[in-house]
Every structure is written in structure tokens, then in C-alpha cells.
Design a protein around this ligand. Structure first.
Ligand code: ATP
Ligand code: MN
Length: 481
């Protein structure tokens, strides 16, 4: 009988039994006795392993000795219903080939609990653990769901550039892109680096956001989104900041702030629902792991079980309120009065720290919050100015455990107001002429937001450190793998 090459997932999910199968994968564990060995085999297709039953008398000791944790093997055998508990079916091995050995004295990933910190040091191998397998399968599922959501809702995927000459958004926080010789750059008469002689004939950087270009697309295609890497050279060594992260930025013509909030809420709920419908095995594993960790905490510090938390967000309306209202709540909170905030809330105008955002979400409202109407001084120049002259039509979505997950706004569509604001904050209007053309010709109400992909993943996976939801994290002083 001709056998077909399939994945562990296929084997575990297919109803068929008593047939010849072939499978390749990596050994997770091997246990047993003189007569029979049980190999837990994983090929990455699912968190679940398939059990391979090996009658030792049928194989040479030479081969069996090489079947250790981490080794790649190929198995041919009979898929049968399992008599043991813990698995529905297993493979009775007929042929075993060791494709690649993993010396147990040297291979770092052994079948025991490794700390996430240790696994960051062997980030190139951490994919082979259950935790990271689960995280990166979920990462894939979320990326797919994002494209699916936008495709279903009439958005076009627009690729905005990674190399940009505009530096108005993240002055001082950008990575320079240059081919000039760092030891001997050409200088201008004033002794400054002469970027006219650089590759692009001007100073260029890695983008901090695709928004400005996204707006240009939206003002013709109607609804667009970007989904790509962004770069920030800010020295934020937190569990929520990366120097290279992925951002999803929808931008919509004819959407006002309310439309924007409705979209953000619907989008986030769609993604969470998708995870619950498509990633349950991985979520259950991550949840069990978290529950173990929670046991070490005091009862009042424990957080909601992961799957319960995801369902909770799905079934509750996000609380919408203004920055001004939020400041009142924070100012009068016990936390603030008893000096428990690291950054005390003194009054209107202060920027909110993640501890404040989390207080609103986790302690006060006990659900996600959308804050609007921030002071214009703490927000970007392109946000729609409110009639009060003090606030802008910004909206930040705040989530438990994370704080800000989305930052967005209605954009200023009025040419005069936008130019005046740019002058006020010192943005060279001339170099932004291309951007201003959207306000010169056929301007209209429009809105958009940015969702940090890794922040979404922190929430969905329950992982505590953003370095653990991106395959190869870049953070200050760290770009090893
Ligand atoms: P924060 O105040 O948390 O640093 P921000 O105000 O700088 O965020 P925006 O510029 O509004 O963030 O970016 C949009 C979204 O991108 C944020 O809501 C967040 O989800 C994500 N984000 C921003 N900076 C980072 C970063 N350094 N690493 C990972 N995600 C980020
Ligand atoms: Mn930031």
C-alpha cells in the first residue's frame, strides 16, 4: 500500500486508523523499558505530540541510542487506536530512521522546564519548546486573521515604505539609513554631515509608522491598511517596547472618530474570536502554564484565566470616555491619593503612563477602555483639532495587562489648521508638501489607528514580555539572532 506523507496534526485529527503512515518530526521525549519505548514526536504542526511505540527487539541498539530529545527522525508504521490513556491514537513503528542526532550532552533544550529568560539566550532554538510553538502558531493565526478581516471589510492592503525621508513623527527616535563612511563622511561648509552626497541625496531613516503614506492611499482607495515592520530607536527597556515591531494601520476616508472607535472595537473582537475558534489547543496549553505561575502569587494579584479573559473582552462593550473624565477618576483615586502611582496624577494635561491606563482598565472599569479628546500638546500634529482649542480627536484603546494597545485619531482635514499646527510644533511645512496635497485637493474627513501587533499578541497569549512574542526581538543592546 502506498503511504502518504502527512503532519502530526493530520494524523491526530483524521478519523482513519489501522493504516500505514509515514511521519517526520523531532523527538520531544523517549521513555519506556527494555521491551518497549514510547517516543513523543512533534513536527510543529500542533502542540500535541504523536506517540510512537517501538518494540525494541525490532531495532538495533545503535539506532535506539540516537533517538534522544531534539533528534529528527522519520517513522514508518501502523496508525492504530491507542490502548494507553492520554492519546487517541499512536503509531506502531516498523521503520525508524534517525535524520539528525542531537547530542544530549550539548543540546540546550532538555525535557524540563526552562525559564523564558534562558530561552531568550537560545532564541534560535526556542521554537522547539511547547511555549514558543504555541506562541508562534498563534502569531501566524493572528496575522492571517488580520488580512482576512480587512479583506472581508473592503480594505486594501497598501505597502508603505520602510525607508523614509520624513522625520516629523519621531524626531530623535529614528534609525538613520546611510551608506556614507562613518569614519570619514563628507561635510558641508558648516562642518555637518552632507547628506546630499548620501545614497538617496538626503537624510533618510527607517519608518516609525506608515500612517502618513497610508493617508495618501486612503484618500483615493477609500479604506486601506498597512501591516509591516516599524522601527523606533527609543531607549525604552520595558516589557512592552521593541526597537523593531510590527504595526497594523488602517486608514479610512469619510470615517469620523466614532466610526474609528467602532472599527477598532469590532476589529479587536474579531481577532480574539478568531484565536478562540482556531487556536484552542495552544491557548489551553498557555493557560495551564499561566495558571501554574499564578499559584505563586497572592490571591488579589492573580489575573483572570486566559481563555476566560479573552471571552470577557469579546462579550463586553469597551468603555468610552474622555481624557478629561479619566484624569478626574485618576486624580481622585485612592491609588493616587495614597501615593501609590510612580507618576502622581497632578491634573489636566499630564501624559498618561501605563500604570494609569491599567488602573482605569483593571481596577476602575474592569474592561477595555477607549479614551478620547487628549490635550493637543501630548499628541501628534495631524490629529483633528476639537472646537475647544485645547483637545484633539485622538482615541487610545487601553487593554488589561498592557495599557495602550491602539493609538489613533480622526485626522485634521482642514488645510489651514493643519499647517498652523505644523508651524506651531516646528515641522518643516515645505518638506511635507506632498502630504498637504491631500488637504489641498479633495480633502475630507478621515481617520485611522495603529495597532501594535506584538501588544495584541501579549494579550492573546498571556505572555508577560514582548520579547517572547516576536521570533527575533530587537531591543536596546540586543540584536543577536
Ligand atoms: P507607548 O506610549 O506605549 O510607547 P506610543 O504612544 O508611542 O506607545 P503609537 O505611536 O501611538 O504608540 O503607536 C501605535 C501602537 O504601536 C501603540 O498603541 C502600540 O500598540 C504600538 N507600539 C508603539 N511603540 C511600540 C514599541 N516600541 N514596541 C512595540 N509596540 C509599540
Ligand atoms: Mn512610544
Amino acid at each position: 500500500m502506498k503511504t502518504k506523507k502527512v503532519s502530526v496534526k493530520d494524523l491526530l485529527e483524521s478519523g482513519e486508523c489501522n493504516k500505514e503512515v509515514e511521519i517526520s518530526g523531532w523527538v520531544r521525549t523517549k521513555r519506556g523499558n527494555k521491551q518497549v519505548n514510547f517516543i513523543a514526536l512533534n513536527d510543529g504542526s500542533t502542540i500535541n505530540n504523536i506517540q510512537v511505540v517501538v518494540e525494541t527487539e525490532n531495532f538495533s541498539e545503535e539506532v535506539l541510542k540516537k533517538i534522544t530529545t531534539g533528534a529528527a527522525i522519520h517513522v514508518q508504521g501502523l496508525l492504530v487506536e491507542s490502548s494507553g490513556s492520554g492519546q487517541a491514537r499512536e503509531i506502531q513503528a516498523k521503520v525508524l530512521d534517525v535524520l539528525g542526532e542531537a547530542d544530549p550532552d550539548k543540546y540546550p533544550i532538555q525535557p524540563k522546564k526552562h525559564s523564558l529568560e534562558f530561552l531568550r539566550e537560545v532564541a534560535h532554538l526556542r521554537f522547539r519548546t511547547n511555549v514558543f510553538g504555541a506562541v508562534f502558531r498563534i502569531r501566524h493565526a493572528m496575522a492571517f486573521a488580520i488580512h482576512q478581516y480587512f479583506n472581508e471589510h473592503g480594505f486594501y492592503y497598501l505597502h508603505t515604505p520602510l525607508i523614509t525621508a520624513s522625520d516629523c513623527e519621531g524626531a530623535g527616535e529614528m534609525f538613520r539609513v546611510t551608506t556614507l563612511d562613518p569614519k570619514n563622511p563628507p561635510l558641508t561648509e558648516n562642518g555637518e554631515v552632507d547628506y546630499k552626497q548620501d545614497f538617496f541625496g538626503r537624510a533618510t531613516n527607517l519608518t516609525v509608522s506608515g500612517q502618513l503614506e497610508g493617508e495618501l492611499g486612503a484618500m483615493a482607495l477609500g479604506k486601506i491598511y498597512t501591516f509591516g515592520p516599524t522601527f523606533r530607536a527609543e531607549n525604552s527597556n520595558t516589557t512592552r517596547h521593541l526597537s523593531e515591531f510590527w504595526m497594523i494601520e488602517p486608514e479610512m476616508a469619510f470615517y469620523d472618530l466614532n466610526d474609528n472607535m467602532d472599527l477598532a472595537e469590532d476589529f479587536l473582537k474579531y481577532l480574539i474570536k478568531y484565536a478562540l475558534e482556531h487556536c484552542m489547543d495552544d491557548l489551553k496549553f498557555l493557560s495551564a502554564r499561566l495558571q501554574e505561575e499564578e499559584k505563586t502569587k497572592k490571591a488579589e494579584e492573580r489575573s483572570m484565566e486566559l481563555i476566560e479573559k479573552l471571552n470577557f473582552v469579546l462579550t463586553h462593550d469597551f468603555e468610552r470616555l474622555s481624557y478629561t473624565e479619566a484624569i478626574e477618576i485618576l486624580k481622585n483615586s485612592k491609588q493616587n491619593k495614597s501615593g501609590k502611582f510612580q507618576y502622581p496624577v497632578t491634573g489636566w494635561g499630564v501624559d498618561l503612563q501605563s500604570e494609569h491606563e491599567r488602573y482605569l482598565v483593571e481596577k476602575h472599569f474592569k474592561k477595555p477602555v477607549i479614551l478620547t479628546g487628549y490635550p493637543k500638546e501630548i499628541k501628534a500634529f495631524y490629529m483633528k483639532q476639537n472646537p475647544d482649542g485645547k483637545t484633539v480627536a485622538a482615541m487610545d484603546v487601553l487593554f488589561p495587562q498592557i495599557g495602550e494597545i491602539i493609538g489613533g485619531s480622526q485626522r485634521e482635514e482642514d488645510y489651514e489648521k493643519l499647517v498652523n499646527r505644523m508651524r506651531e510644533v516646528g515641522i518643516p511645512v515645505e518638506s511635507m508638501s506632498y502630504y498637504l496635497d491631500t488637504r489641498r485637493y479633495g480633502s475630507a474627513v478621515h481617520s485611522g489607528f495603529g495597532l501594535g501587533f506584538e501588544r495584541l499578541l501579549l494579550f492573546v497569549t498571556g505572555m508577560g514580555n514582548i520579547r517572547d512574542v516576536i521570533p527575533f526581538p530587537r531591543t536596546p543592546k540586543n540584536a543577536e539572532f
